[in-house]
Design a protein around this ligand. Sequence first.
Ligand SMILES: [Zn+2]
Length: 156
Amino acid sequence: MPGRLCRYCPKTFQSSKYQPAQAVCGDADCQRRRRNDYHRQKIATDPEYRQVCVDSPRKWRGRNPDYWTRYRAKNPASAEQNRARQRQRDEKCRLCRLAKNNSVLDLKRSAKDLATRLRRGTSCKQQLSSRESPCIRGCRPPLDHLAAILQTTTLW
Ligand SMILES: [Zn+2]
């Protein structure tokens, strides 16, 4: 009996006699991907399932209100690592908000381009006359500030 090709990897496999329509091999990684895909698809299409996914951890937190306090006390290194990563996420979020408020450029897409243009000293007038991203009057100070941040940050 010829094997079936797995949906996620190049392996062939024999489907289970209990699951004749099985489309994914038994490897742990492939099964994890199958479950994750199912979960995402189910959340996207089933409002009741989505609500259960929201309520379940909420109920658990209600039953275990001091779990994270105890965890942080027991694992100070992990807590400190989490704080450092959260500071990085906060800084990245702050920069993204700053960039959106500036309405000049999308920093995610063109952070390097922005830094290059600012290093070259492209003025607002030049940017307006070119076909590049639109610029607003008086944008130099915030852009210079952003460029300085971009050159020193490792978040990108
Ligand atoms: Zn597989």
